[in-house]
Structures are given as C-alpha cells and as structure tokens.
Design a binder for this molecule. Structure first.
Ligand SMILES: CC(C)(COP(=O)(O)OP(=O)(O)OC[C@H]1O[C@@H](n2cnc3c(N)ncnc32)[C@H](O)[C@@H]1OP(=O)(O)O)[C@@H](O)C(=O)NCCC(=O)NCCS
Length: 181
C-alpha cells in the first residue's frame, strides 16, 4: 500500500496484554505472514495465559520483571503485539519484538506504536539501551527500526533456524541518548 492509500483514520494505541489475549496471540503467531521471517514455535493458549498472567506492567517502572507484552490497537481493535524482554536491569538493557496481524501490515502502524512505547520507556524506566533483531530478509522490519531511530550495529551469522535453514540476523539498537537527539 502506498502512503497516500493508507487509511488516514487509523488511531494507534497500546495497552498491556492480558491473560484473555492468549487466544488472539496464538492465532496471530500462526499467520503465515507473521511467521515468514521468524521462528515462532506453536505455543498453547494455556501456556500463553499463564505467561500473560505473570506479567505486571507496574514492575517495568520499578526495574523489576523480565517480560512485558502490549497489544497494539487500531481504532480500538487488537491488531498486533509488542514484546519487551528486560535482559539486565543493572545496565538498563532490554530487547524488543513486534508483529502485526496480516490485514494491519503496510499501514505505517508499527512505527507509530514503537514511537509511543520508546517515549514511555526512555522517560519512565531506567532502560538505556534497547536492542532488536530481524532476519536479514525481513526488510519491512529493518525499515521500521530505522524509521524510529534504531541503528544497525552488526550482522549475527546463522542466528536462528527458520524452516530448516540457518538464517543471519541484523542486530539493531537504540540508546536513550539517540532518542533525545
Ligand atoms: C514487519 C512489520 C512489523 C512492519 O510493520 P508495518 O506497520 O507493517 O510497517 P510499515 O507499514 O511502516 O512499513 C514499513 C515498510 O515495510 C514495508 N512492508 C510492510 N509490511 C510488509 C510486508 N508484509 N511485505 C513486504 N513489505 C512490507 C512497507 O511497504 C514499508 O516500506 P516503504 O516505507 O518502502 O513503503 C509487519 O509487517 C509485521 O508484523 N510483519 C510480520 C511479523 C514480523 O516480521 N515481525 C518482525 C520480526 S523481527
């Protein structure tokens, strides 16, 4: 979709994922376009429910906890999700992942959702450096990361296995100071 064709009315917002979102997450993970460039193993609704029930978003602002997920909503409807894994609170490190359900892709939604989240994370948590990785074939994901200010820092050879092939990934990162500048 060309930018001029994008619906002007998309209202993008984020809310913490809840245990009741588990079925939606399982369905989205199974969409071919969502799994095309990343190895998303099948996970049961029960496991996702337990994982979501264990997440407390207040912990993020108290430098505790290790995994947090948000639902991206478009005009109030669930459209995709973002995952943040805090890898080291002492050094302010975390990793981001994200995906949109197929009908919501190519509408400029992910950059808007990430922009809002990064503003919040760098303003209200101790995080200083956030990393993201994508398969080198995932040009859409690399584009989105660059649009919101991530810099490509390297190429991770044979980083994961995708449909029987070892796949290189790009490593991207954004610093709190990048965001300020
Ligand atoms: C990758 C993804 C998050 C991009 O988010 P998005 O909101 O669709 O991105 P945008 O609409 O801002 O598009 C960014 C660029 O990628 C292109 N693009 C988006 N989705 C695409 C797709 N499925 N196939 C090919 N190109 C795509 C857009 O045309 C745009 O390019 P342009 O600026 O040259 O026009 C989204 O497509 C997605 O969820 N894909 C499946 C899951 C995934 O790969 N997650 C990331 C794992 S690292």
């Amino acid at each position: 979709m060309q930018p001029s064709e994008r619906p002007a009315t998309d209202r993008v917002s984020l809310r913490p994922a809840r245990p009741g979102d588990a079925e939606l997450l399982r369905l989205w993970r199974g969409e071919p376009s969502v799994a095309r460039h990343q190895p998303l193993g099948s996970v049961s609704v029960e496991r996702l429910t337990i994982e979501l029930a264990g997440q407390n978003h207040r912990d993020l602002y108290r430098s505790r906890g290790d995994k947090f997920q948000w639902i991206i909503e478009v005009d109030g409807r669930p459209a995709g999700w973002i995952t943040l894994v805090a890898t080291n609170w002492e050094h302010g490190l975390a990793e981001l992942g994200y995906a949109l359900s197929t009908p919501y892709q190519r509408r400029g939604i992910t950059p808007r959702a990430l922009d809002a989240l990064l503003d919040d994370l760098f303003a209200n948590t101790v995080l200083e450096r956030i990393e993201a990785r994508c398969a080198v074939s995932n040009t859409a994901s690399a584009k989105v990361l660059q649009v919101v200010g991530f810099r490509q820092e390297g190429r991770l050879r044979a980083y994961f296995q995708l449909r029987g092939q070892r796949v290189d990934n790009y490593l991207f990162a954004i610093l709190k100071s990048d965001r300020r500048s």
